[in-house]
Write a protein that binds this ligand. Structure first.
Ligand SMILES: Cc1ncc(COP(=O)(O)O)c(C=O)c1O
Length: 382
């Protein structure tokens, strides 16, 4: 085993498998398509493929990654609503037929390359209640969705709809309204062409951060109720695109204290660590995602702190308003463990700002494929 330098995220692959099973139980009869953007680590893909996951990809490298693990292209959905024509052609050449769109031009681009495509039209959603919203940039209204689905259906495509209620969604009722709209759109489309066949419930399922969230079984109950209310006896094929829920709690970021300082400008205690906003903690921008922190000195008295990263950019402040406290005895060289950092950390890390290396990831868990050179896995034991 080689020594690993901080900062790094330790990923427990067994937790990912357990989360997959929990979500599959909460959403029975739903095809789970892991959103690769949340954590594209090779062993993560490998473990999820082994437990039967499908995949949501956003780019050619993500396509290459999942296919390199032997995933059937029929289980891969190209979910980005803005794709280069040549990337659509590449996806088609690799056997991918599932594409998401939210505009007429994108529909034309896809059907030009893949006449037998499965077209998913993404519905706009406000994402109220989400700690990390995914709204304005994506999705169309019910009117456009109806027109696009009718056009795609008339051109022979299999069709369906998706929406995303926003990442880290706190409100269990958030799926109600988009499901009702999707059901109405399906009825309207069915008056003109073949009824759409599937609904993609998106992501939004939570990681375990500072504020406690309901268990996944409650999300499942609320969503299943909303599906029954919206579609009554005519429930379409179901999919979901979980990212955060599957991988967040599997990761613990280890970061080293570089400096603790108090200056006369604000008399606050600043703790600078070797991983910041540019090194993988991008979701702390605006203090949106509030991770749980732990150190080996947590039995000592705790003091108010500002937590900041190591780079020469004043945006690299992790938490200054959220009221974080760390041990008064914490000093340079100590390790801060940041919990539930398996999602949107390594994939958001800058490649070399200020010369700092991108955030690395190491793995533990049973069944590590020790000989796989693609994985970059380092066994940390258990
Ligand atoms: C299209 C799409 N699907 C799924 C996801 C995953 O969402 P979450 O991490 O909230 O599960 C995202 C997140 O950005 C997304 O953009």
């Amino acid at each position: 085993m080689r020594a690993v330098q901080t900062p790094y995220v330790l990923i427990d692959l067994d937790i990912i498998e357990a989360k997959y099973n929990d979500l599959a139980n909460a959403l029975p009869s739903t095809e789970l398509c892991y959103a690769v953007k949340a954590n594209p680590g090779g062993p993560v893909i490998e473990r999820l493929a082994a437990v039967g996951s499908s995949f949501d990809v956003a780019s050619v490298p993500e396509i290459e990654l999942v296919l390199s693990y032997g995933v059937d292209p029929g289980r891969v959905s190209f979910g980005n609503t803005m794709k280069k024509q040549r990337d659509i052609a590449y996806a088609a050449s690799r056997g991918i037929t599932r594409f998401t769109i939210d505009s007429e031009n994108e529909l034309d681009k896809v059907l030009a390359e893949v006449p037998n495509a499965e077209i998913c039209v993404r519905l706009f959603h406000e994402c109220v209640g989400a700690d990390w919203p995914l709204s304005k940039k994506f999705g169309c209204g019910a009117g456009d969705a109806t027109r696009l689905l009718v056009a795609a259906g008339r051109r022979g495509a299999t069709t369906g709809m998706s929406f995303h209620v926003g990442s880290q969604q706190r409100n269990l009722e958030s799926w109600d309204e988009p499901l009702r709209v999707v059901a109405e759109v399906f009825e309207e489309v069915a008056r003109h062409t073949r009824r759409p066949e599937f609904v993609n419930l998106g992501g939004g399922f939570p990681g375990s951060y500072l504020d406690a969230m309901p268990p996944i079984s409650e999300y499942g109950r609320a969503i299943n109720r909303a599906i029954t209310a919206a579609f009554e006896g005519n429930v379409p094929r179901l999919m979901a695109e979980p990212g955060r829920y599957l991988v967040a709690d599997a990761g613990t970021l280890h970061t080293e204290v570089v400096l603790v300082s108090e200056r006369d400008i604000d008399s606050r205690r600043w703790v600078y660590v070797d991983c910041g906003v540019f090194g993988g903690l991008a979701e702390t921008l605006g203090e949106s995602i509030r991770y749980r922190l732990a150190t080996d000195k947590d039995h000592d008295s705790m003091v108010d702190i500002v937590l900041a990263g190591p780079t020469c950019d004043s945006a690299d402040i992790i938490y200054e308003k959220a009221g974080y406290r760390l041990p008064a005895t914490l000093g340079a060289g100590d390790i801060v463990r940041i919990a539930s950092t398996g999602a949107y950390t390594t994939s958001y890390s800058a490649v070399g700002f200020n010369g700092f290396a991108p955030l690395q990831q190491v793995y533990c868990g049973s069944q590590l494929l020790k000989s796989n050179p693609r994985s970059g896995a380092v066994s940390m034991g258990r």
